[in-house]
Write a protein that binds this ligand. Structure first.
Ligand code: G6P
Length: 621
């Protein structure tokens, strides 16, 4: 979702801004723009479309200057047009700003601003902030000359504007009359400041900073930063100066570059043997037959009292949570519920004091997941995070948790985060099982099975050619069904989500037997059904479901164990994956489904890493 970059220093700002915006493309956007301060005037260039369109436009409308901001916009209020793209300007050109988030009370403010001579011209909620800041600045005209601290009126004006806003924002602003400063502010939408040598950078996340600096400062909610070439001052919106803490950015260029892959999604699919290993590294304790999860920040005594676990998440993270539900119930016998974060945040479900909440999120910034976490925290529950991005809001606000250590995930369609989340779920199941009734021997067996997993994931990648061939055969179909049972019901959901996200083919994931209660009506010779049917307790039951589809003329694609002999007889197309214990099947079986979706999307000419309408990090409700 919207991305922000900023630069102040000796270089031409626009070169960092363009490069940074390209690094943020993965977040999802439909227009973009930059502003630089050129001899006391704003040079603004913005356009609907891609960063390439912006770069082309900058050739004829250059934005020169050593202070500047850039933005990728994912439309919420008003369509993706040049005019609605950020930056937006307030007053007679006193401030230019870029915004990530949503201002909920923008209509009321807009009306009020029009009455006092600050009319908004666009449909965006962002322009309201620009006009509000301008009106507050204009109200302080003259104060700047008198003030001992020349930025004091600026800070006051921004603070006065921010307290009037209801909603979320990551904001960066530049000022005509203070051309040597950027002001950034945050409430709900992340912002990070990079510290260089005589220069500072601003970004929505760490990726634009790679190659420029690894020294960073995260802004917290309600903080604003006054950033010059040589200084950073952080002020709480209501409480005055705050001491900021410098941290290390843990990212390198091999993680954010494509290397030899045509798309980030494919690169990340192929990283999975390594990322699965990274999620396991240092977490298997053979001496005690358990998992080591030091970040939970709860003692085994405290964890023993837990009588219920709630996972809350969105999208792919929700599917990984469903896998966790099966694992934890099987190994630890603790009741588990999985709730969409967007639902949980507005519900008031009865929860005993011994309920433990996990927010499951790759980015750590999904607004609904964050809101659900905060609501549960407010009610006094222990809250933990299963998260990939260190330093993200959810990682910082949770009482503890487990990191995925999967490295940056840039492809909008989540792949490696899913398998790492499932690994963490298995570790949690093992850990909770071992502090309850699971024997040492059983724990050790699970450990050995987990230790073999990276090798099996590597073998599962050998399905790439089959996935490409099958994608070519069926990629002109309009509908797909994905069917599996037990552990592989979430696998089916995730396979269907991958396909629809990037190829725009309608796909539904269902528990295989449940398809008789509706989806079977869709089945015809043009609607393939992808069955996830490795060996296990429900193997023969799923084969019966395959028969039901075959009887209605539907093509069947089957993901089966390497030495399968029954399912393959029924299937039109077969993908063989290594045989693993049932609880690990989603991790291995999802890989050909990721590849199938990838190849179908490529064959249909879709922009795999920047799918239509989607955003990587959903920071609005
Ligand atoms: C967006 C992304 C999905 C992701 C979901 C949850 O919809 O496009 O890939 O699964 O958000 O994101 P999170 O970062 O919280 O896991």
């Amino acid at each position: 979702m919207c991305g922000i970059v900023g630069y102040i220093g000796p270089q031409q700002a626009v070169s960092f801004l363009l490069e940074g915006l390209r690094r943020l493309e993965y977040r999802g956007y439909d227009s973009s723009g930059v502003v630089a301060i050129d001899e006391g005037e704003f040079a603004i260039t913005k356009t609907a479309g891609r960063i390439d369109d912006l770069a082309a436009k900058l050739l004829s409308h250059p934005a020169r200057g050593h202070v500047g901001l850039g933005h990728t916009r994912w439309a919420t209020h008003g369509p993706a047009t040049d005019a609605n793209a950020h930056p937006h300007v307030g007053g007679d050109g006193v401030v230019a700003l870029v915004h990530n988030g949503v201002i909920e009370n923008f209509r009321e403010i807009k009306k009020r601003l029009a009455e006092i001579g600050y009319p908004c011209k666009t449909a965006t909620d962002t322009e309201v902030i620009a006009q509000l800041v301008a009106s507050e600045l204009d109200a302080r005209v003259g104060a700047a000359e008198d003030a001992a601290d020349r930025y004091a009126p600026l800070v006051e004006a921004v603070q006065a504007a921010l307290v009037q806003l209801r909603g979320t924002y990551g904001l960066a602003m530049v000022f005509r009359d203070w051309p040597d400063v950027i002001v950034a502010a945050r409430l709900g939408s992340p912002l990070v400041i990079g510290i260089g040598d005589g220069e500072h950078f601003i970004a929505s996340d760490g990726s634009p900073l790679v190659g420029h600096t690894n020294r960073i400062v995260y802004l917290a909610d309600h903080e604003l930063a006054v950033v010059t070439r040589h200084s950073i001052r952080v002020v709480h919106r209501d409480e005055g100066d705050v001491r900021h803490i410098e941290q290390q950015l843990d990212m390198d260029s091999t993680q954010v570059d494509l290397n030899d892959f045509p798309h980030y999604m494919l690169k990340e699919i192929f990283e999975q043997p390594e990322t699965v290993l990274a999620a396991l590294r240092g977490r298997l304790n053979r001496d005690e037959g358990t998992a080591v999860l030091g970040g939970l920040n709860l003692t085994p005594q405290q964890l023993r009292t837990i009588d219920r676990i709630v996972f809350t998440a969105c999208g792919t993270s929700y599917h990984a949570s469903l896998v966790g539900e099966y694992m934890i119930e099987a190994f630890a016998h603790i009741p588990v519920e999985v709730e969409y974060a967007s639902e949980l945040r507005y519900r008031n479900p009865p929860m005993s004091p011994s309920t433990l909440l996990f927010a499951v999120t790759q980015s750590g910034e999904t607004i609904d997941t964050l809101a659900a976490l905060r609501e549960m925290k407010r009610k006094g529950h222990s809250t933990l995070a299963i998260c990939n991005v260190v330093g993200s809001t959810i990682a910082r606000e949770a009482d503890g948790g487990v990191f995925l250590h999967a490295g940056p995930e840039i492809g909008v369609a989540s792949t490696k985060a899913f398998t790492s989340q499932c690994v963490v779920m298995a570790l949690l199941a093992l850990y909770f099982g071992r502090i309850r009734h699971l024997s040492f021997e059983a724990g050790l067996r699970i450990i050995e099975e987990l230790a073999s997993l990276p090798r099996h994931v590597e073998q599962a990648l050998e399905t790439n050619n089959d996935a490409r061939r099958i994608a070519a055969k069926y990629c002109s179909c309009d509908n797909f069904l994905y069917l599996g049972r037990q552990y592989n019901f979430p696998t089916a959901l995730e396979g269907a989500l991958k396909l629809k996200e990037i190829s725009y083919i309608h796909a539904e994931g269902y528990p295989a037997a449940e398809m008789k209660h509706g989806p079977i009506a869709l089945v015809d010779e043009h609607t393939p059904s992808v069955f996830i049917v490795p060996q296990g307790a429900v193997y023969h039951k799923v084969i019966s479901n395959m028969e039901e589809i075959k009887a209605r003329g539907g093509p069947v694609i089957a993901v089966v164990d390497k030495d399968d002999s029954h399912a393959v007889e029924l299937a039109d197309d077969v993908i063989r994956v290594p045989a693993v214990p049932e609880f690990l099947q989603p991790i291995v079986a999802v890989i050909p489904l990721q590849l199938l979706a990838y190849h179908a999307a490529v064959l249909r000419g879709c922009d795999v890493d920047k799918p239509r309408n989607l955003a990587k990090s959903v920071t609005v409700e």
